[in-house]
Design a protein around this ligand. Structure first.
Ligand code: AMP
Ligand code: MG
Length: 398
């Protein structure tokens, strides 16, 4: 049996060797950037008008002139025109190139427009106002994105702006999610009274989909020879296996033995934690195997506490460690790390965790009220309101 810290250390010292693949920009959201991105031009690429209105020479206004005949219109997408007479103005639109021989933009709200004559009614005008200057946001060839960041819509906009039709991202390991158990039936089926629909593999698949990590699902019975044959095939075609079920002490829990027979070395079996004590972890032949206990809350917690961080570390993604403070006293005496189900609320800018303990590791109905797990250390049995502990979220929209 290992502690939670030891289990995490072992897992994080068996990382996946990241490599790059090229994917279309439009399917890259939530992927991890695998290349440095440079600006292909200045941003903005020209002195950009940032308000609809007129462009003038500031000195002319300063000398007392308030009325400017419109010499031409400079719309967004027009090539730059030059103002011929400084006594005139150019009517300009947001996104247009600032016309030559002008240096200041007055927005319509500060004007009275009488057909082709613009009268400046505001009392204050600042030289250079309402112009988004060329190169002020970033310079051509400047690195704007570094490898290892998760692509959010903000980065997608930047990639689009520099013309990345395709982008290098770190490949996710080819993953299999495997349910094991004779009592499990597919979600399409009507279970017999002694059966249940398998839900864990769907939960894991969804958690992975949220990271844009696609995986294949399998289901095998509690039959050692079938498991041996089937897992051998799955191992051949996948780099990481995430299993749920069949790792406890039951008569039909064959998973650990089967992997050892298949040449996957056990790196630990059993973690001093609740839920998820029977967790088995192994590696070999370049494969990583997370054999999670089948109880739904155990599978779920272990995925967020161990598997997801393993992936992020493998891909070089920085993961801040969150903490939350207990909203009320909580008692737990067994000498193991307890992953308390909590609903976190943001109070005065801090995360406050309300215990929602539920009915144990089989009670996955309770997860609908929960935002994550609070990791309570083994040595203590009374945890006091206000004390701060590591928080493992699985919802981010609190
Ligand atoms: P096990 O780890 O195989 O002993 O399973 C522990 C409990 O989790 C049993 O009640 C199983 O029926 C249940 N279980 C195992 N796998 C799944 C699954 N994929 N979906 C839902 N429940 C499961
Ligand atoms: Mg089972």
């Amino acid at each position: 049996m290992v502690s939670v810290t030891e289990a995490a250390d072992i897992i994080f010292s068996n990382l996946y060797n990241r490599r790059v693949e090229n994917v279309p920009l439009q399917v890259s959201v939530n992927r991890v950037l695998g290349e440095s991105i440079k600006a292909d031009r200045d941003f903005p690429a020209f002195d950009r008008v940032s308000m609809d209105g007129i462009a003038i020479q500031y000195e002319v206004w300063k000398s007392g002139k308030k009325e400017f005949p419109v010499e031409f219109v400079q719309a967004a997408g027009n090539q730059q025109s030059q103002l011929v007479s400084a006594a005139n103005c150019a009517e300009v639109m947001t996104g247009a190139v600032l016309p030559g021989n002008t240096d200041t933009v007055i927005k319509y709200e500060d004007l009275e427009m009488n057909s082709n004559l613009a009268c400046i009614v505001s009392k204050t005008v600042e030289k250079g106002q309402n112009i988004h200057r060329r190169g002020i946001d970033c310079r051509e060839n400047e690195v704007v994105l570094e490898p290892g960041i998760i692509l959010s819509p903000a980065e997608i906009a930047l990639l689009a702006a520099v013309g990345k039709i395709d982008v290098d991202v770190f490949q996710f390991p080819k993953a299999a999610i495997i349910a094991s158990g004779d009592e499990l039936v597919d979600i399409k089926e009507i279970p017999q009274p002694h059966q249940i629909r398998r839900s864990n593999t769907y939960a894991i698949e969804a958690a992975m989909m949220a990271m844009n990590w696609k995986a294949e699902q399998f289901h095998f019975p509690d039959d050692k020879s079938i498991l041996l044959k089937s897992l051998e095939t799955v191992l051949r075609d996948h780099e990481v296996l995430i299993l749920s079920g069949g790792v406890s002490k039951g008569k039909f829990d064959f998973i650990p033995r089967v992997f050892e027979e298949l040449g996957i070395q056990k790196l630990f079996h059993q973690v001093n934690q609740r839920p998820g004590k029977p967790f088995w972890f192994g590696s070999g032949q370049g494969k990583t195997v997370f054999a999670l206990p089948g109880n739904p809350v155990s599978t779920y917690m272990c995925f967020y506490r161990y598997v997801r961080p393993w992936l992020f570390r493998s891909l070089g993604v920085y993961q801040p460690e969150l903490t939350a403070s207990l909203a009320r006293d909580f008692n737990f005496s067994p000498n193991l790390t307890y992953f308390l189900q909590v609903a976190v609320k943001l109070e005065q800018g801090k995360l406050v965790a309300y215990p929602e303990a539920g009915g144990g590791s089989g009670d996955f109905v309770n997860l609908k009220n929960v935002t994550g797990f609070l990791q309570l250390p083994p040595e203590t049995s009374t945890f006091l309101a206000g004390q701060v502990f590591p928080y493992i979220p699985f919802r981010y929209n609190i």
